[in-house]
Design a protein around this ligand. Structure first.
Ligand code: 5GP
Ligand code: MG
Ligand code: MG
Length: 177
């Protein structure tokens, strides 16, 4: 599996350091509140589990699953395929995502939670690919800026594989060619 990786971009140690910093900000911001933490499945599983362990305020975890598909026009469409169970009304919502690419998924999901009456909505992401954005969307925080390449590991998959790599890397083109 490691032979399929062109280059390691972010190690467990680098991720740990950034996750400590990101969690510290959240712990200050949400002390005394009861946010609903929403990991975006499946990709954010590893990042979210590591982040949640670092959080010290009272929270509930309620994952969501979304799928993105191209509609009849060139604009992608985002559908919730597994919704949260919680009522977000008057609760802060914190989305946890693996990577922001076009921005469509999180733009849609944040709008949905605002419409449902969330007290506030924010997004923390492991990675951000600012070059490939097609809609106007900014994460509130992310661990690292990522290049425009196909990345795997730490939750990110190719065809369901490589999520278990304890680092983020670039997949060799020969693997999917
Ligand atoms: P978007 O921001 O385009 O709506 O959606 C982002 C989603 O696209 C991510 O949650 C992830 O599932 C997928 N994605 C984007 N870039 C990559 C990448 O480099 N590698 C992998 N494995 N998935 C990616
Ligand atoms: Mg994702
Ligand atoms: Mg995927």
């Amino acid at each position: 599996m490691n032979n399929d990786i062109e280059k390691v971009l972010f190690t467990q140690e680098q991720l740990n350091k950034r996750m400590d910093e990101m969690a510290e900000r959240l712990n200050k911001k949400y002390a005394g509140q009861e946010p609903i933490v929403i990991p975006v499945l499946n990709g954010a599983m590893l990042f979210a589990s590591d982040m949640i362990k670092r959080l010290t305020f009272k929270l509930t975890v309620d994952p969501i699953k979304a799928s993105s598909y191209a509609g009849t026009s060139s604009t992608g469409n985002v559908k919730i395929v597994q919704d949260i169970k919680s009522d977000v009304t008057n609760h802060p919502v914190i989305f946890m995502e693996d990577i922001i690419d076009t921005g469509r998924t999180l733009k849609t999901l944040t709008e949905v939670m605002r419409k449902r009456g969330a007290k506030s909505v924010e997004v923390v992401s492991m990675l951000d690919k600012p070059e490939t954005r097609v809609v106007d969307f900014k994460a509130d925080d992310y661990a690292f800026k990522a290049p425009n390449a196909f990345l795997v590991g730490y939750g990110l998959d190719y065809n369901g594989w490589y999520r278990n790599l304890p680092y983020v890397g670039v997949l060799k083109q020969a693997v999917y060619a």
